[in-house]
Design a protein around this ligand. Structure first.
Ligand code: NAP
Ligand code: MG
Length: 493
């Protein structure tokens, strides 16, 4: 076994003795073997988290003091940055320049942000609701929180959840995706070195159906923070009613990228490509629906296709690679089946759509960057989240038409607007049903800025103050200092 899980401050096998083998999606080579947890492992992790919470060593520290531990974790990630980036690229497939600059760097800065700001962000002060009455508002940790995360940003999603939930004093059980558990298990080593009290963090590996479901149904788990598909999110919402768990659900998307005729075309072209081909399109915020205004449409689409055909596919470790493989053979099959549907529905395939012929790529799960053009905003490829490098382009005439198309989806995660007219951009933004709108940029994540969806893209927020407060219960403590509270006189006879 190459890796062990981390439960109650120890590195352990699964009680089931079962394992999972992780492979490199660029080569299909075996990468590492790690435990496949079962029900008893979940029980052990939840019980140790529950006990740690009850003992209160962590929960009773100040946020400032807990922040000190987070800084040690940030430092630990920094010391292993190169190795972690390479491991993430091997396990997930995405290019090394992405794992270095996005995944690992943002993981470090997220731990630093909450370490340095939690004390201030959690402050709540006093109110005087009546004469001689004082209410203190306090934020208290929720208890045992389970994090279930996907495979597209493994280390980063773990960090977005661990940093705010830990600094608020909770006990955590993290379950990474079984496609990409390795950087989470490396993170367990870093957390162990940081010296948090035993049981405060457990990282257990296994499948969603088994470990994930067990966590969701466990009555000693008080909260679930989940990032993944809308279908699993709905299932979680249903199951979590067992003890009315608090939920944060960061789910799927079908984000519209609106290019107005007055946009800076070169910049918008780059943005449109990044928003659908970065991480092989496996981004929840992917700008998978491209809406282009009619006056620039033909030339814009022509240039987009030309540039897309120049994208270099390859192993993510190769510095010349622009796009790596998809996460798995099944994911590629799923994306290919959407491409078939697109063709059947009569959409026009402008480029891509196939497994590349290049022999050097034959062992990986590569797929050509693909662009469809359609007039049918209700077609499957314009409505469903494909989660791969497949773009669907539509033409629009007016601002109103763009807004209608953009909002015509069950999702509401993000939207992008490209124009030189900032007044127009803000006016359009106000009408878009999305949790995040990016104007003249894409994927601009900042630790200070809350992120999350509306409609079927989810509930709650991550990052920012709002993302932190999700992990705290608000308590009001009201004291009457009059000595003669009204309530004592109801039965005064
Ligand atoms: P997924 O299939 O929903 O899986 C996400 C996680 O849930 C994995 O750890 C998975 O475990 C687990 N899981 C699966 N079935 C479960 C069940 N019945 N009960 C409990 N847990 C279960 O999603 P994915 O394919 O990994 O990721 C892609 C999806 O995530 C896309 O829809 C994408 O939009 C969304 N996403 C959203 C955001 C956001 O912030 N809104 C960010 C990134 C991704 P195993 O896979 O290990 O079995
Ligand atoms: Mg892998």
């Amino acid at each position: 076994m190459d890796y062990l899980m981390y439960i109650n401050g120890e590195f352990v096998e699964s009680k089931t003795k079962r394992t999972i083998t992780s492979i490199n999606p660029a080569t299909s080579e075996k990468l590492a073997v790690f435990p496949r947890a079962g029900k008893d492992d979940v029980e052990y992790a939840v019980e140790s988290g529950h006990l740690a919470f009850k003992r209160g060593k962590w929960a009773d520290m100040s946020a400032q003091e807990r922040g000190g531990y987070l800084l040690k974790i940030a430092q630990g990630i920094g010391e292993e940055a190169k190795e972690l980036a390479e491991l993430e690229t091997k396990d997930n497939g995405k290019p090394l320049k992405e794992t270095i600059f996005i995944d690992v760097n943002s993981a470090i800065s997220c731990f630093e942000f909450y370490a340095n700001n939690a004390q201030r962000l959690l402050e709540d002060g006093c109110i005087n609701p009546a004469d001689n009455v004082q209410t203190h508002l306090t934020r208290e940790p929720v208890g045992v929180v389970a994090h279930i995360i996907p495979w597209n940003y493994p280390l980063l999603m773990a960090s977005w959840k661990l940093a705010p939930s830990l600094v608020t004093g909770n006990s955590i059980i993290l379950k990474p995706s079984c496609e990409t558990s390795l950087t989470a298990l490396e993170l367990a080593k870093i957390i162990d070195k940081a010296g948090l009290p035993k049981g405060v963090v457990s990282i257990i590996t296994g499948t969603g159906e088994e470990v994930g479901m067990e966590l969701i149904r466990h009555t000693k788990v008080d909260m679930i923070s989940f990032t993944g598909s809308t279908s699993v999110g709905k299932l979680i919402m249903k199951e979590a009613s067992v003890n009315l768990k608090k939920l944060v659900l960061e789910l799927g998307g079908k984000s519209a990228n609106i290019i107005f005729g007055d946009a800076d075309v070169d910049v918008a072209l780059g943005g449109a490509m990044t928003s659908i081909f970065m991480n092989q399109g496996q981004m929840c915020t992917a700008g998978s629906r491209l809406l282009v205004q009619e006056d620039i449409y033909d030339r814009f689409v022509e240039r987009l296709v030309e540039k897309t055909q120049k994208i270099r596919l390859g192993n993510g470790l190769d510095p010349d690679t622009d796009m790596g493989p998809l996460i798995s053979s099944e994911q590629r099959q799923k994306v290919l089946s959407y491409i078939q549907i697109g063709k059947k529905e009569g959409a026009c395939l402008l480029t891509g759509g196939k497994v590349p012929a290049d022999e050097k790529l034959e062992n990986g799960f590569f797929l050509e960057p693909t662009i469809f053009e359609t007039k049918d905003a209700m077609s499957t490829i314009a409505q469903e989240e494909i989660f791969g490098p497949v773009l669907t382009i539509m033409k629009f005439k007016t601002e109103g038409e763009a807004i209608d198309i953009a909002n015509n989806t069950r999702y509401g995660l993000a939207s992008m607007i490209w124009t030189k007219d900032l007044n127009k951009a803000h006016k359009v933004s106000r009408q878009l049903k999305a949790g995040s709108v990016w104007i003249n940029t894409y994927g601009a994540f900042y630790n200070e800025v809350p992120f999350g969806g509306v409609k079927e893209s989810g509930l709650g927020r991550e990052l920012g103050r709002e993302g932190l407060l999700e992990y705290a219960n608000l308590k009001s403590t009201t004291a009457d200092t009059s000595g003669r509270p009204l309530v004592s006189m109801w039965f005064s006879r």
